[in-house]
Design a protein around this ligand. Structure first.
Ligand SMILES: [Zn+2]
Length: 99
């Protein structure tokens, strides 16, 4: 009677795979937790303020297997004048490099 039933199991060890968590968020590598990705969307993370946003509109030039886009700053913490570098990561949190 003292065992509350929750959907939350212990957080799995980081396996590098996307893990569904009890909160409904999905861990993507070490990058962070996001809502489940929707078709045609991409998650954003800001390297500077750690702000994350799930399921934002993709751009045409985003790699097709990219699930997370990490920016060096976002509009929220933009101080202006800096080059915006962007890195893409797949669902396993691996960086996508194009060559
Ligand atoms: Zn930011």
């Amino acid at each position: 009677m003292s065992t509350p039933q929750t959907e939350a199991n212990k957080d799995g060890a980081a396996t590098g795979l996307a893990l569904a968590t009890g909160s409904g968020l999905v861990a993507i590598g070490d990058i962070g937790r996001f809502k489940p990705i929707k078709p045609g969307k991409i998650h954003l993370k800001c390297r500077r303020c750690k702000n994350t946003r799930s399921n934002m509109a993709r751009a045409d030039f985003d790699p097709v297997n990219a699930v997370v886009m990490v920016m060096n700053y976002c509009p929220r913490c933009d101080r202006g004048g800096e080059f915006e570098s962007v890195e893409y990561y797949d669902a396993a949190g691996r960086e996508i490099t194009e060559d």
